[in-house]
Design a protein around this ligand. Structure first.
Ligand code: BG6
Length: 462
C-alpha cells in the first residue's frame, strides 16, 4: 500500500476527552460538586433529553477496558482532564485519596500500554464552592487553582510529561458570562473580560509553577479553540469587523499565551469603551515571563464575518458583537448532522498563522471532529458506518500535512473524541466518538472510522 500522506516520525495519534464528559461517577469516590452537577440539579430541562453528568460514559469504572480499546485502534497518546472537584473536593485544601488512586491507575495503565498521557487541568468544571465565591472573577480562585496545579504536578508529574492549564478558556467566558449557555448564566461583558483576564493570570501562574520544577522532558501549554475569522469581502468595513472578531475570540488568549502580552488594539478598544478588567501590580511581568512550551489547537469550524448592518444602540450594554455580524456565506459546506460549517483549509490557515506570527510555536491538533445527531441511523450489521467522519478527518489531515510540509511545527492529531461522551448542555445529542456508547448498557462498539484510523496511526499516514 502506498502512503500518500506520510507524517513525521513520532507524530502523536490519539483522541481527547474531559473528566466531566467521560468519567461519570459524579457522586462516587469522594468527588465534590462542580458547577455542572449543580446546574443540572437545579435546571435539568436545559440539558438535551434531560440527561446530566451523573454517569456519562462511565470511564471511572471502565478505564482499563477503554485503554485496551485505545490500544486496539493504534493510539500512541490520549488526552484526559483531571476533575478538580474530584481531586480536591471543594476546590481548596485536602486532596481526595480515592481520586489520587484513580488518576494514578489511569496514568499507569496508559503508560503500560504505550499511550502517552496528555493531561489537562481545567475543562469547564469549576468546583461549586469556588464558583460560589466568585469563580474566575475572584483572585482567591486563582490562588486555589495554582495550588491545584502544583498538587497535580507533584502527584502525577513523574509520569505525565505533557500538561495543559486550560481547555478552550473562551468557552466559559462566552457560555457563562456573555451568551448564557454555561453556569453561572451571567450576561455582562465587563465581567466576561474579567473572567477571561483572570483565567490567563491563573494560566501563567500554573506555567510558572511548572517551569520552576525544571522537569527536563516536560512541557506545559494551553488548549485554544482557534476559529479563523474570514471577512465577507476585502472591503475595509468587513476587514475591520473580522479583525475585531479575531481579537476577541482568538487573540485575547493566543497572544498572552504565546507572546506573553495582549494585543495593543484589543487593550485600546476595551479602554475606549470602559471595559478594561481590573489588574494587579506584577500581572504584566507574570504573563511576559511565563509563555507556553506548546499549544493545543482545537479546530471545528471557522467564523465568517461581515460588518454591522445597523449600528448598535450606544445605550445598550456593551457586547463584542457590537462590531461584527456573522455572515452566512452562500454555498459553504455544512455538516448536515450538526449544523457547523466544514472548512478543512482552516486548519492550514491556523498553522500558517502560528508559523508566521507566533514564532512557529510547537503545536498539535488537540481536537477536531464531527458531531452527528441520531447517529444510530447509520448502523449496518451492528456497527456505525461513519464514512462522513472518515472523509472529515482525511480532509483535515490533508491540509495539516501540507502545513507541515511548508514548515509548520505541528506534532500530532487528536480526534474529539475517543468514545461518544456527554457534552455540556447538549448531553448526548451530538456523537463524536471512534466508539459508540449504548446509553443503557454502556457497551462500546467500534465505528468504521475506528478501523480506518487504526491504519492511519499504524502507518503514520494514509
Ligand atoms: C468542544 C469542547 O469545543 O466541543 C468539548 O472542547 C465539546 O468539550 C465539543 O464536547 C462538542 O460540543 P457539542 O456541543 O457539539 O457536543
Amino acid at each position: 500500500m502506498s502512503i500518500q500522506y506520510k507524517f513525521p516520525d513520532g507524530f502523536w495519534w490519539g483522541s481527547a476527552t474531559s473528566a466531566t464528559q467521560m468519567e461519570g461517577a459524579a457522586s462516587e469516590g469522594g468527588k465534590g460538586l462542580n458547577i455542572w452537577d449543580h446546574w443540572y440539579a437545579t435546571e435539568p430541562n436545559r440539558f438535551f433529553d434531560g440527561v446530566g453528568p451523573e454517569t456519562t460514559s462511565d470511564f471511572y469504572n471502565k478505564y482499563k477496558k477503554d485503554i485496551q480499546l485505545m490500544k486496539q485502534i493504534g493510539h500512541n497518546s490520549f488526552r484526559l482532564s483531571i476533575s478538580w472537584s474530584r481531586l480536591i473536593p471543594g476546590g481548596e485544601g485536602e486532596v481526595n485519596p480515592e481520586a489520587v488512586t484513580f488518576y494514578n491507575n489511569v496514568i499507569d495503565e496508559l503508560i503500560e500500554n504505550d499511550i502517552e498521557p496528555f493531561v489537562n487541568l481545567f475543562h469547564f468544571d469549576m468546583p461549586l464552592e469556588l464558583q460560589d465565591i466568585g469563580g474566575w472573577e475572584s483572585r482567591r480562585v486563582i490562588d486555589a487553582y495554582e495550588q491545584y496545579a502544583q498538587k497535580s504536578f507533584e502527584l502525577f508529574g513523574d509520569r505525565v510529561k505533557k500538561w495543559f492549564t486550560f481547555n478552550e478558556p473562551i468557552v466559559p467566558v462566552e457560555g457563562g458570562y456573555l451568551y448564557d449557555f454555561h453556569y453561572p448564566n451571567v450576561v455582562d461583558a465587563k465581567r466576561a473580560f474579567q473572567v477571561a483576564y483572570n483565567t490567563m493570570i491563573a494560566h501563567a501562574k500554573a506555567v510558572q509553577v511548572y517551569h520552576s520544577l525544571n522537569v527536563e522532558d516536560g512541557q506545559i501549554g494551553i488548549i485554544l479553540n482557534l476559529t479563523p475569522s474570514y471577512p465577507r469581502s476585502s472591503n475595509p468595513a468587513d476587514l475591520k469587523a473580522s479583525n475585531i472578531c479575531d481579537l476577541f475570540f482568538n487573540r485575547s488568549f493566543l497572544d498572552p499565551a504565546v507572546k506573553g502580552e495582549y494585543p495593543t488594539e484589543l487593550v485600546q478598544l476595551l479602554e475606549e469603551h470602559g471595559q478594561l478588567p481590573e489588574t494587579e501590580v506584577g500581572d504584566k511581568e507574570l504573563l511576559k515571563n511565563n509563555i507556553i512550551d506548546f499549544l493545543g489547537v482545537n479546530y471545528y469550524q471557522p467564523r465568517r464575518v461581515k460588518s454591522k448592518e445597523t449600528l448598535p444602540n450606544p445605550y445598550s450594554p456593551f457586547m463584542p458583537d457590537w462590531f461584527f455580524d456573522n455572515y452566512e456565506m452562500p454555498g459553504r459546506k455544512m455538516n448536515p448532522y450538526r449544523g457547523w460549517e466544514i472548512y478543512e483549509k482552516g486548519i492550514y490557515d491556523i498553522m500558517i498563522n502560528l508559523r508566521d506570527n507566533y514564532g512557529n510555536v510547537e503545536s498539535f491538533i488537540s481536537e477536531n471532529g464531527m458531531g452527528v445527531q441520531d447517529e444510530a441511523r447509520f448502523i449496518k450489521d451492528g456497527r456505525i458506518e461513519d464514512d462522513y467522519r472518515i472523509d472529515f478527518i482525511k480532509g483535515h489531515l490533508e491540509w495539516l500535512h501540507k502545513a507541515i510540509n511548508e514548515g509548520c511545527n505541528a506534532k500530532g492529531y487528536h480526534l474529539w473524541t475517543f468514545l461518544d461522551n456527554w457534552s455540556w448542555m447538549n448531553a448526548y445529542k451530538n456523537r463524536y466518538g471512534f466508539y459508540s456508547v449504548n446509553l443503557e448498557t454502556k457497551e462500546r462498539t467500534a465505528k468504521k472510522s475506528a478501523t480506518w484510523f487504526t491504519d492511519v496511526s499504524t502507518n503514520n499516514g494514509f
